[in-house]
Write a protein that binds this ligand. Structure first.
Ligand code: GLA
Length: 346
């Protein structure tokens, strides 16, 4: 297949090439291709998802606040709907996420009278949550993002100053992996984080995971969230991060890929349709990124987008930055964009 992107495609997102190939089938020899979803998205976008993706992640519905909003009150309905869809369509399912500083209910960190929970109570609650959730989806969920975003971004500290750290100490991370492994010894267990190609953060992630491995923690992979954009990071920086993490001998999953059409410092709000230049830049960036991923298919064992098509993405609702961002391979009408053709072309 040729890689040229005709202007008519740029404008309409259409192709003259006849039948649209399935995205995940184009990567059948490489890695599963995933999408983050909710039951509502499965209703509105299910046929696109069933055809083009063969792995799912719950965008929100397996997070602690959704699964255990009150102590010992577990609400599995929405997560179960996603599990059912995955089974019906023979898809893999990534579990996301067990221990995080965000979207976790306050009661988890509080004692009877609202005072901070002590270490023992907090770890007992963590264990109960992990046992219940991982146990319920044993055999359905093949890997878990056990701990999400535990690292401090800028400061000197390795770890984020979260309530987990404050109340349970740094050992909470290792404990989470041990509890998850006990609850499902067959599940692959991941540490997942963002800004994973930025050198300072990259080295912190490397250090955290290396320390866990040195202590014999059951951890099998690193999740690279990959909330990038059409300008950065550079392919070289992505390659360096892949090499560095892979040197630990672990699997890598790309867990939350999206390439919005605005750079980090682009404050424009008036762009209501993507320009030709943005569309072409996105196509080029996606093409190079997937070429790189494919060349590391021995270590990259899942590539998941944080959504399915441009009509819904969390990025469009980012507080203070609300605007259309068009980050995926499919447009608002669920048709393939120029970036889709660049990615499936071999
Ligand atoms: C992080 C989390 C995801 C999601 C995104 C934003 O990347 O890991 O679960 O909340 O932020 O939507």
């Amino acid at each position: 297949m040729k890689r040229n992107i005709g202007y008519e495609q740029v404008v309409s997102g259409q192709s003259n090439r006849g039948e649209i190939p399935s995205l995940h089938e184009a990567f059948a020899k490489d890695f599963p291709i995933g999408a983050a979803v909710s039951p509502a998205i499965l209703d509105s976008t299910g046929s696109l998802i069933a055809r083009h993706y063969n792995s799912l992640t719950a965008e929100n519905d397996m997070k602690p606040i959704e699964l255990q909003p009150e102590e010992n009150v577990f609400t599995f309905e929405k997560a179960d709907q996603i599990v059912r869809f995955a089974k019906e369509h023979n898809m893999r399912l990534r579990g996301h996420t067990l221990v995080w500083h965000n979207q976790t209910p306050d009661w988890m960190f509080e004692g009877q009278n609202g005072e901070p929970a002590d270490r023992e109570l907090l770890l007992a609650r963590m264990k109960l949550h992990i046992d219940t959730v991982v146990g319920r989806y044993r055999g359905d969920v093949y890997c878990w993002d056990v701990v999400n975003e535990a690292i401090q971004d800028k400061e000197e500290n390795l770890l984020r100053q979260s309530r987990w750290l404050e109340l349970a100490g740094e050992e909470y991370i290792q404990k989470a992996f041990e509890y998850a492994h006990a609850a499902d010894p067959n599940a692959l267990l991941f540490y997942n984080d963002y800004h994973e190609t930025v050198p300072t953060k990259r080295e912190k992630i490397y250090k955290l995971v290396k320390d866990l491995l040195d202590r014999g923690t059951p951890i099998h992979g690193i999740g690279l969230q990959a909330h990038w954009n059409i300008y950065e990071p550079s392919i070289e920086d992505i390659r360096i991060a892949i090499e560095r993490y892979a040197s630990l001998g672990l699997q890598l999953h790309i867990t939350e890929l999206d390439l919005p059409m605005f750079g980090n410092d682009d404050k424009r709000r008036e762009v209501m349709t993507p320009t030709e230049e943005m569309i072409e830049k996105q196509a080029k960036q996606y093409e190079q990124i997937f070429e790189l991923f494919r060349s590391y298919k021995d270590v990259i064992t899942n590539v998941t987008f944080w959504g399915a098509a441009d009509d819904y993405t969390w990025l469009d609702y980012f507080p203070g930055k609300e605007r259309k961002t068009w980050p995926f391979l499919f447009n608002d009408q669920h048709e393939p964009k120029p970036c889709f053709w660049g990615v499936v072309a071999k």
